[in-house]
Design a binder for this molecule. Structure first.
Ligand SMILES: N#Cc1c(-c2ccc3ccn(Cc4ccc(CN5CCCCC5)cc4)c3c2)n[nH]c1N
Length: 242
């Protein structure tokens, strides 16, 4: 998979070269290119923003700079691409979206700043390619770069060969519609807190049941919306008895 990121703060994307993602790039599983939007400006001030039509707070990113940048970035690789534009007004980015993006040959991220990117940029490219305006959560950031880091990590870990243990991705939170339950490791007792007995019993059936019960309890307490969204046949009799 190839990932391109266009931003006025390329340094914000440095974490993409670290750890798990850095290894994925190093082993050729992932090809990441970060581009400075200001490279496509032609004025001495390298202006990328202007006042919003109709008034309102802050500045809006100008369409012509984005158009020149995205035209060049898209033309640099023949693979079909999906343009992803983080915005507070975007559709929620979910684990399902991460799986969908992991199946893409190429993702191009447009990182806005200020009050966002002139809408005509999205509208223009949506006429010729898939374009997603996404949000990583119901809070307001200062720009799209952090959202790109979140999305790229969520997607890259799903690519075959990136995670050391592929079962991790398969058994993710949300993979069965529930939050995962508590996890424990040595020592058996830590500051007077003991590991639940069942986890040391070797009884794999009982362990699976215990883990499912804790996941259901945690999900019902913290994310009742996920319980409500479960398909009718998702909960078995033992689940319902909880
Ligand atoms: N993903 C994601 C995000 C983002 C995100 C993503 C991308 C950009 C580009 C710029 N910003 C800053 C910003 C901040 C506020 C507003 C809303 N204003 C309200 C008053 C009228 C004008 C518009 C717009 C833009 C961004 C924020 N925030 N939260 C997420 N989950």
């Amino acid at each position: 998979m190839r990932i391109d990121v266009v931003t006025i703060f390329p340094g914000y994307l440095a974490p993409l070269r670290e750890a798990l993602l850095g290894r994925a790039v190093g082993t050729g599983l992932l090809d990441i290119a970060v581009h400075d939007l200001r490279d496509w400006t032609h004025d001495v001030h390298q202006a990328v923003d202007d006042a919003p039509y109709g008034g309102g707070p802050g500045m809006v990113m100008r369409p012509h700079v984005w158009g020149e940048a995205l035209d060049d970035v898209l033309a640099a690789d023949p693979r079909p691409a999906r343009l992803v534009v983080p915005t507070p007004a975007g559709r929620p980015f979910t684990q399902a979206a991460a799986h969908a993006y992991a199946a893409q040959e190429r993702l191009v991220f447009a990182c806005g700043r200020y009050e966002g990117i002139d809408q005509r940029v999205v509208d223009h490219y949506a006429a010729s390619m898939p374009v997603d305006e996404i949000s990583i959560g119901d809070y307001v950031l200062v720009g799209g770069e952090v959202a790109v880091l979140v999305v790229v990590e969520a997607v890259a870990r799903l690519l075959p060969g990136v995670l050391g243990n592929p079962r991790s991705a398969a058994e993710d939170s949300f993979s069965d519609g529930l939050l995962e339950g508590p996890a424990y490791t040595r020592p058996e007792v830590w500051r007077g807190h003991a590991v639940p007995e069942v986890l040391r019993s070797g009884n794999h059936g009982a362990i699976a049941r215990w883990r499912r019960d804790r996941a259901l309890e945690r999900t019902a307490e913290r994310r009742p919306d996920l319980i409500a969204a479960l398909p009718p046949d998702a909960l078995d009799e033992a689940d319902r008895a909880l």
